[in-house]
Design a protein around this ligand. Sequence first.
Ligand code: ATP
Length: 238
Amino acid sequence: MPPEPLLRVDALRCGYGRIEAVKGVDLEVAEGTVTALVGANGAGKTTLLRAISGVLPIRAGTIRFEGAAIEAMRPHERVARGIVQVPEGRQLFAPLSVLDNLRLGAFRRARERTRRNLERVFALFPVLAERRDTPAGALSGGQQQMCAIGRALMAEPRLLLLDEPSMGLAPFLVEQILETVARLREEGVTVLLVEQNAVAALSLADRGYVLETGRIAHAGSGRDLLGDPAVREAYLGV
Ligand code: ATP
């Protein structure tokens, strides 16, 4: 039997008021992999991530993490288990320094671990070490994204939910951020990645899902999806 995936979502439904944004989604994320979630604007990608992190209550279905049902847990309990979201738009505390933003991510971690995690973040993003005393609001877009990912890493994620990390960035920075995602995978972090840059995301991903108006339209290995003519034409613009 294949091992239990780190995350398993079954028949998930959720939305806002009368809008059902996610209409019965099944999805699995295997430990140690990058899984890409792609699809048009409004397909429900962000909504799905928010349901997994627990900031949006679900209406039906189950979410299992390491085999245990978590859909009734509060968001902070999910963080404590290792599910950490990097929200779309970064949402840093602009007036606070880089260092203080990173420390805010050190959710209930002991001081010694916080020091070690900070070293890890600075090793991954040396520019953040150089600019540790700079207000986050004064960083470039790429640096802000690094800071947002760094803040999430301070909470020692087992599953990192990354929402549009490349949004608004120049192409070479997009590449750099996606290289960082690959490096996190090498370090053993499992990643569920929502990306507008679908080709780049699927090229990196072990597995991918294409979401269309709240439903999974295609699923497969990143390579299979990239090679699927229906996916290429409808979603990849190639
Ligand atoms: P994008 O790439 O634009 O972020 P997405 O795939 O992440 O798109 P969602 O943001 O999850 O899509 O939106 C899914 C649907 O839910 C859309 O119809 C959207 O208008 C609606 N929606 C999203 N957030 C809210 C909200 N806070 N209140 C009401 N409707 C919402």
